[in-house]
Write a protein that binds this ligand. Structure first.
Ligand code: GDG
Length: 724
């Protein structure tokens, strides 16, 4: 059995005449640790050459020789899922290029279909205890799909690209589905805290869910967020630099570029890498330079996604710009720009990294950028200068580089001039600092830290566990009871919380339950809610139950049909100053509003920006602590609300009024989801059976948990059948 199933869009192999191991960022990172873990790699093997071995043969070779399981894609899947949705829709979105986004509904269907295909391929091989590690934007729906089939798998997801700000991410038609897909993972990792912050912000704003800095809570599950900056495969570069082929290549290059300063550029040909802006800066630099014979700019631009029009257009643009620049700046002795539109082999890459005096890594945006780290890794003598874009994830760590803004052409030109004149001591000091960091936090370190974090995560499903107990415990107790009272909160307890309070009308199943409860001689039912008298009357007047409004401010027995107050004289002088303060907050916190009831004033911020709303709610709470300390009110900060209410309206008191020690009841069930229900749960009386509905991870005085209103209704419907 495998310990880890590593899932990425591409397998680390290229299938041509022969099957070979490919190079690239993720590949080297994962390959570096494969020996340490029993790891299976699952992914697409790439487009197969016609007439090559059949799929079954390839499958066998991949498994035996490379520990890989292929997920084959047909032509329409490759077009719709890979070139379409992944690389023409998601890639530009994640790289802040909304105007490059192309979108087709059939691509979205293909994306779902292929994610589903991956999910099924995984469950075929996954037993129980493997860690599933999913990589990158091609597979954002996969965590949720896997979770649906195998709820207890431990799933990690790492995003290799940036995660853009909410304002960009929200442009996507499937923004909610994509986030929900990811949030089903137990751990979601990013290269930088900035991306994590954006992801969290988008989740809070688009899905209206709560979150701490590194944890997002969804449906009784926790999704942990973490920062794991990918490192370079330092070991491979260091080893390569000890070899004879490397020494030969290095000597050869030194001879070719004798007396010339090499400025190196290595990247996939991609619009995120800022090649055009860099060429512009080089043009300006060369315009000012007197001696153009002794400098050469080597561009290694590996071909990438050429079937996507933006990429082939960019290639043409770059090639024609390079042509113009060489025409303009070449001398008899030198052609300043050396443009290679193909991959060079690993030994050559090492040699060129090693001898280049300057590396220019100036993407407009980049998740991390491994080239920057690899260049540093190939500088054990600290003799090089890295010019690095502030928009590469790597800039957070490689701060001793010369940091540039790639949109500021003049800044890049000047930095290039500075790099050429930097004193050797300064150069060494900078490179030494970066080298030490790159060596310490390499690819292995990255992969191990992600895997460790994922293995440490406890998959707790407390609500599910206690749910089993609740039915048993309740059955046991209720069977012995002669006279029973049910105190049931409404919103969030018998009915899911809705955006609009008016939408929360009781459904058919609940109505049936209330009818049945009304008919039960041995059970009295109290619907105890924060809602107004008229709201409750509108929906529940016809049932034979007692309605308790405004958290225990007034009640209505079915027999009389009349509303009565628990306490006669209630002081409401506090309302005026509280209303004024709430109004000030309504003006500044867009989307917030005030709700006024007889016994309370509530400021709602569920439609406001979640962070600004929360900030203002906390400000209000601080203010009220002093301001209302001598008033007969209770203040509480609940689910997206700040409420000030008369202290006479209290669900615990209301419960005691009807079901106190001297009452006829020998068993009292109370169920609620909110802080106001805690007043019932706080009552100490062994006749009480307290059920909290919703998130099992919160502090509560209740003893039992139920996941959702739907499950509570099912539980109650089951239980009342056992009572005469
Ligand atoms: C994505 C994110 C993130 C390049 N030319 C040759 C060659 N390479 C290798 C480099 C490096 C890799 O390709 C490129 O990795 P990057 O990190 O720079 O960029 P992306 O491919 O866009 O990768 C990126 C990365 O994922 C990892 O999380 O850093 O931000 O966009 O390893 O060495 N290798 C050889 N010949 C070449 O000509 N042999």
């Amino acid at each position: 059995m495998f310990q880890i199933i590593n899932v990425a869009n591409r397998l680390p192999v290229t299938i041509g005449e022969q099957i070979t191991l490919s190079t690239g960022g993720i590949v080297s990172a994962i390959e570096g640790i494969r020996k340490d873990y029993n790891m299976l790699w699952l992914g697409w093997p790439g487009e197969l050459i016609e007439g090559h071995k059949n799929q079954q043969q390839i499958k066998q070779i991949l498994l035996d020789k490379y520990h890989c399981t292929p997920v084959f894609l047909d032509k329409s899947e490759i077009d719709g899922f890979y070139y379409g949705f992944s690389n023409s829709t998601l890639w530009p979105l994640l790289h802040y290029r909304p105007y490059f986004i192309k979108y087709q509904t059939d691509w979205w269907q293909m994306y779902q279909q292929v994610n589903w295909k991956f999910a099924q391929a995984i469950v075929k091989i996954a037993q129980k205890n493997e860690l599933i590690w999913i990589h990158d934007y091609h597979l954002m729906l996969l965590p949720q799909m896997l979770r649906q089939i195998k709820p207890n798998l431990k799933i990690g997801f790492f995003l290799h690209t940036p995660f853009p700000s909410y304002e960009i991410f929200r442009c996507h038609p499937q923004r909610k589905e994509l986030l929900t897909g990811l949030l089903a993972a137990d751990l979601v990792g990013f290269h930088t805290f900035g991306y994590l912050r954006h992801f969290r912000s988008a989740s809070m704003r688009l899905l209206d869910i709560d979150s701490d800095t590194t944890v997002i809570n969804t449906n009784n599950r926790k999704c942990t967020l973490g920062v794991f900056p990918i490192g370079a495969d330092v070991q491979s570069f260091t080893n390569e630099m000890q070899t004879e082929p490397f020494r030969t290549k290095r000597a050869e290059f030194l001879k070719i570029y004798k007396d010339k300063t090499i400025v190196l550029n290595v990247e996939r040909l991609d619009y995120s890498k800022g090649v055009m802006q860099r060429l512009e800066a080089i043009d300006k630099f060369l315009e000012k330079r007197e001696n153009k014979d002794n400098i050469v700019f080597i561009f290694i631009n590996i071909p990438s996604r050429e079937r996507v029009p933006e990429y082939s257009n960019l290639r043409q643009e770059i090639e024609s710009f390079v042509g113009r620049l060489n025409g303009k700046h070449s001398t008899v002795k030198n052609t300043p720009i050396h443009f290679i539109h193909q991959s060079v082999d690993f030994t050559e890459l090492c040699a060129i990294y090693n001898i280049a005096k300057i590396a220019m890594v100036t993407p407009l945006i980049d998740g991390m950028n491994l080239v920057a780290k690899e260049y540093v890794a190939c500088k054990p003598n600290f003799d090089g200068i890295l010019i690095l874009s502030e928009f590469a994830g790597a800039a957070n760590e490689l701060f001793q580089s010369l940091i540039v803004n790639p949109y500021d052409i003049q800044n890049m030109t000047q930095t290039l001039e500075l790099a050429l004149t930097i004193p050797p001591d300064d150069m060494k000091r900078r490179m030494k600092g970066m080298y030490e960091r790159v060596v310490q936090f390499d690819a292995k370190y990255w992969a191990k830290s992600f895997i460790n974090e994922l293995s440490k995560i406890q998959i707790t499903r407390p609500a599910a566990k206690k749910k089993i107990n609740v039915l048993n415990a309740l059955t046991k107790k209720i069977k012995k009871a002669k006279k029973i009272a049910f105190f049931l909160d409404y919103d969030g307890t018998l009915c899911p919380i809705q955006d609009e309070p008016d939408k929360a009308a009781p459904d058919k199943q609940l109505k049936t339950l209330l009818e049945q409860l009304g008919e039960k001689k041995n059970i009295d039912t109290y619907l105890i809610s924060g809602r107004t008298e008229s709201d409750l009357e509108k929906w529940f007047a016809k049932f034979k139950i007692t309605l308790i409004a405004e958290h225990g401010f007034s009640y209505r027995k079915h027999q009389t049909g009349r509303w009565e107050r628990f306490t006669r004289h209630i002081d409401t002088l506090w309302k005026k100053p509280v209303r004024e303060i709430f109004q000030q907050h309504v003006a500044t916190t867009q989307g917030s509003f005030i709700e006024e009831k007889k016994s309370s004033l509530t400021w709602h911020y569920r439609k406001a920006d979640p962070e600004f709303g929360l900030y203002n709610a906390r400000q209000l709470m601080q203010l009220f602590v002093e301001m209302l300390s001598n008033m007969p009110v209770e203040v509480h900060h609940g689910k997206k609300i700040v409420e000030v209410k008369s202290m006479h309206a209290n669900k615990g008191n209301a419960l005691m009024k009807f079901a106190g020690k001297k009452s006829k009841y020998d068993f009292v069930l109370c169920a609620g989801d909110d802080v106001t229900d805690e007043n019932m749960f706080k009552v100490k009386d062994e006749r009480l059976f307290k059920i909290k509905v919703g998130d099992g991870n919160v502090q509560t005085n209740a003893e039992y948990f139920i996941d959702s209103p739907k499950e509570l209704i099912t539980l109650l419907s089951t239980i009342i059948k056992k009572i005469p």
